[in-house]
Design a protein around this ligand. Structure first.
Ligand code: FAD
Length: 416
């Protein structure tokens, strides 16, 4: 394995760990990490508690939005890095998982985060009349208050990621580079192996199996706080039950709102905070959903919690904003449950655990991590292998923003 301080170099008389990097959790983050580490020549084991590509976590389903429009420069940098890595992975796999589209941001001009997101990417402002003319008049927003109190801006950098297909792609690419993938293997504990035994970590699975690795990366999504509680780490990550909702496109408008016709992904910063993607994966349906949902225990889900309220809020938005193109009255045609793992400041957690450099955690992706998966995976793999991330440094990403310590004595972390 390349890299200064690379683990798994056996010392005389000591047993070498079986793997250089053990990745726990095979959602998008773990799968990308496994691929990035295996691409470095590391011997990688990827462990997943449930069946591969299961629908119980955060990375399953038909689509995720990718957009550059971010208020915080750190995410703009990360999404730009991720775009290069998505393209590289697609080239390696020989098929596509990302359908590029424009992206439309809209909301009250008074929203500081919307203004910053627009300014950061130099998006083109579209006035309300122009908006009504574009895309066959699909957005018929009636703006509350004076017209100039509202802002809409268009950028070229949206897109739809085919979620489950993308996770499967990174798993296949990792296996092709020699990674071992084991599903239906629940990790119940991660211990440091004693130095006399060669050091590294021992990853214990339910049923008594144990795996030895030089380094371990924990990417267990909504289960992070539970699993890492045993390290005395108090991760302030709150899982929320959230929904992907698909609505029927009104007859005759199917082509207008399709990706092939150039319809954009969109985010509305008003109340409710709605986002949507062009009709693509389910012809005749369009995905329009809303951030947020009730807190949930990933091991004891109430699959219907809060659904009626979220559905009502999105339906009301559709009736106001896209009344001629989307049928809200009939309710959503398809609903898929999902979990968002929220941190108090909506910033990710990417850090070392327990005072050493052998256990790395990636968690708390706060409902906006999928698009960044390949960048996160590369950074986590480098942290595990090298003890730091050159890729992050080259991209101008200050990993200090993602440290767990930001919450010490400051429950809101980066949000202050
Ligand atoms: C409704 C919804 C819409 C979203 N929309 C977008 C979007 O448009 N754009 C975007 O960028 N992001 C979006 N996101 C966020 C994005 O999907 C997540 O940030 C991302 O999928 C998180 O991936 P993960 O790998 O951290 O978690 P997961 O996908 O949950 O993966 C964690 C894995 O760890 C496994 N695991 C847990 N415990 C153990 C254990 N003890 N042993 C072994 N394995 C274990 C789990 O089974 C799971 O497979 C959305 C999320 C939701 C819910």
């Amino acid at each position: 394995m390349a890299g200064a301080g690379a683990p798994a170099v056996p010392q005389a008389g000591r047993p070498a760990p079986n793997f250089d990097v053990i990745v726990v959790g095979a959602g998008i983050m773990g799968s990308c990490t496994a691929h990035a580490a295996a691409s470095r020549g590391a011997r990688v084991l990827l462990l997943e508690r449930f069946d591969l590509l299961h629908p119980l976590g955060s990375s399953h389903g038909d689509s995720r939005i990718i957009r550059d429009a971010y208020a915080q420069p750190r995410y703009l940098r990360m999404v730009r890095l991720a775009r290069c890595l998505w393209a590289a992975a697609e080239a390696e796999a020989g098929y596509r998982v990302l359908t590029p589209t424009p992206h439309l941001s809209m909301g009250p001009r008074s929203s500081a985060s919307l203004a910053a997101a627009i300014a950061n990417i130099g998006a083109e402002e579209v006035d309300v009349d122009d908006l009504h003319r574009r895309w066959g008049g699909a957005f018929a927003l009636t703006v509350p208050g004076p017209v100039d109190a509202w802002v809409t801006a268009l950028s070229d950098h949206g897109g739809v990621l085919s979620a489950t297909k993308a996770v499967a792609m990174f798993q296949s690419l990792a296996v092709a580079k020699g990674a071992v993938v084991r599903d239906n293997t629940e990790v119940v504990g991660i211990d440091r192996a004693p130095e006399p035994d060669g050091g590294g970590v021992v990853v214990r699975a339910a049923g008594g199996e144990a795996f030895r690795g030089a380094r371990c990366v924990v990417t267990v999504g909504a289960w992070a706080a539970k699993l890492l509680g045993s390290w005395g780490v108090d991760l302030p990550i709150r899982p929320l039950h959230t929904l992907h909702l698909y609505w029927r496109v009104k007859p005759g408008q199917e082509q207008t709102v399709s990706a092939s016709a150039g319809f954009p992904t969109f985010s509305s910063y008003g109340d409710p905070p709605v986002y949507g993607a062009p009709s693509l994966e389910l012809p005749g349906l369009i995905k329009i959903s809303c951030d947020g949902g009730p807190p949930c225990d990933p091991d004891a889900r109430d699959w219907l919690a809060g659904d009626a309220e979220v559905t009502h809020r999105v339906a009301r938005w559709i009736q106001e904003a896209m009344p001629d193109h989307v049928d809200a009255a009939g309710g959503p045609v398809v609903r898929q449950s999902c979990i968002c793992s929220m941190t108090p400041d909506a910033d990710f957690v990417m850090d070392f655990l327990g005072g050493g450099r052998d256990v790395v955690v990636g968690a708390g992706f706060s409902g906006h991590g999928f698009k960044m998966g390949p960048a996160v995976g590369k950074i986590l793999a480098e942290m595990a292998i090298d003890g730091g991330s050159e890729t992050a440094a080259e991209a101008g990403l200050d990993l200090g923003f993602f440290r767990i310590g930001r919450f010490d004595g400051n429950p809101m972390g980066n949000a202050k």
